[in-house]
Design a protein around this ligand. Sequence first.
Ligand SMILES: Cc1ncc(COP(=O)(O)O)c(C=O)c1O
Length: 371
Amino acid sequence: MMGEHLPSAASADMVNFDDVLSAAAHVAGFSTRTRTLVSPSLNQRTGRELFLKAEHEQRSGSFKFRGALNAMLTLTPAQLRMGVVAGSSGNHGHAVALASRLLGATAVIVLPHDAPAVKREAVLALGGRVVRYDRMHELRDEVVERIARDDGQVVIPSSDSVAVIAGAGTVAVELLEDSMPLDMLVVPVGGGGLAAGCAIAVRALSPATRVVGVEPVDGDDTRRSLAAGCRVGVAVPATIADGLRHQMPGRLTFEVNRRLLHAVVLVSDAEIVDAMTALYEAEGTAAEPSGACALAAVLSGRLAAAPRTRVGVVISGGNMDADSAHRLIAAAPCAATAQRATSGSTFSGSARETGWPPQQPVRRRTSSGSS
Ligand SMILES: Cc1ncc(COP(=O)(O)O)c(C=O)c1O
């Protein structure tokens, strides 16, 4: 039995709002309806009304649970008995491992050698088997395909599948329920599934809302691909946003995003650290670097949003250990200070002077049953 495969000529019509609606119905009994945070201090700092979708409080610690579970709910009992295999930077693997435990399946998760230990350990704690690969010398998809071919598991793609994109789109459905009308929705982009799913939901529910993707400066494969009009690959990105170190957009995600994304903006690692710090100070809640990218685009001023506009921001994940957070703060130049110096913002204090990172290991508020 082989894994799920997309036809090579992917078309944006392959996934639509009905898929998002049925994903919402399917995952509802399992997923957390995460909060939409409104922070007076972040609103004051940016001069915009921000609505922060707290997907770092989702089960498994990221939005990835929605797509992983939705994909696995399409499997037959026989497929579930064979088990699943997934390639991941960490969060998708964690989500697949949790979904597998809930559905009584086995999971093999293919992670890069340099995946954060906290993400690898989460998979193991859920009973998943971890296979590591060297991202400098091996292609993840080839490793996944080999395992699926040899052992018969079903492949659960991290973003490039109808079910995964539709599951991710449920984030925007909930956010729009909480915050309509929105002028803009800002989402991080890795493989592009979150952006594609959210853009499909926004087109159906709030067509005037612009959807903007955010990538790290080093890791701008989607921005380059959209500019070129075809999928373009980049070298292995070097960024603290470990969930966004993708080298090329997916076929289907690219087709959707080229039609529906308004723009893609880039953020630096220092800006990401500033956003993590600001979120923690404002709301006492911790995002991982990839999870803070969309907020970084807003706080850094890289997002072209007029004053007082209503901006939805997806905080997409929070899987990080406190040691890594400390290292990031120590290593990063303080973007916040530089930005404030030029913008005249009233926000005070640099990353190194604040209570961030927390002294205790980062823990999410909701019980995920995941670790
Ligand atoms: C926390 C987090 N945010 C965003 C993304 C990007 O999601 P996508 O691959 O659907 O673009 C990822 C991907 O792993 C992630 O882990």
